[in-house]
Design a protein around this ligand. Sequence first.
Ligand code: ASP
Length: 338
Amino acid sequence: MTAHTQETLTSGAPFRLLIHGGAGAVQRDKLSAERELAYHLSMAQSLMAGHAILAAGGNSADAVIAAIAVMEDSPLFNAGRGAVFTHTGRIELDASIMDGATRMAGAVAGVTTTRNPIRAAHAVMIQGDHVLLIGAGADQFAAEQGLEIVDTSYFHTQHRWDQLQKAIAKNRLMLDHDNDAAPPPYDSDQKHGTVGAVALDCHGNLVAGTSTGGLTNKRFGRVGDSPIIGAGTYADNRSVAVSATGTGEMFIRTCAAFHIAEQVRLQRLPLLQAVDQTLAEIAAIGGEGGLIVLDAHGNHAMRFNTSAMYRGLITEDGVARIGIFPGAEEPMSTISTA
Ligand code: ASP
């Protein structure tokens, strides 16, 4: 596991933005320099988009949306364009956002035509009557709110299609060998390319957001933790903002994001301890993944129990710090572009 923690904020108009682009079984020697650079550039772009808003005195909700929308628009991540396919070859997207000042929240699940699900989740939050909209109703709501609607083909990428074919073939092979075996609920080779962001703005408000295509080969209208408030996303100014990535079922069963927040608020556990205890709970029931967490003092943690987690952070100095494998996040300027 890796962690990077920061000193408590002291002066000026402090702000923080942390992002993740998913955790999973990424092998260093299998990640080409070209692809690694593409991830770095995309995450830097995401951080800069959020930074521009926070540096201008903007709010953490706008920063989280801007940062996530960049990754939703990139084919690299499992969110928006580039999302994984369901068993039947569809793209069904989930997203959520929560405001730590008001504890208002919005989420969508199983949307198929909304270009940026995080914007739809935000619209649900602002509209205020409901927290979670699903399927065609959620897409219709997004259209009525004036959000961009696209053809389903917009989300398709060849590499995700190939991943689906591989997953189906792997399951078939397992079933051929053991007629009683049920297909595994998830594949431990999965790279959980879900995206998320947590931000603290200069007004002292925390916001968390998460967006995903779910798991490759998911079936029967499956919904994971990402649009579930308290599982994949949570924010409360009295404790922390959290965004998760990983095997969603286990994050739901442990109420992962809420668990961290309440350990910090009620038991006054240090942030890192709360995150690690929660990851241990997740691991104990067979789950894996990672979490980004930020408190209202600017303390933060980025922890994962997989071999890698795409992640980054930016503060007032405007330097995008990025990491993929265990170890401290490095300033973008020191990362070789050769
Ligand atoms: N947590 C997501 C889900 O279960 C997947 C991921 O993080 O990539 O839907």
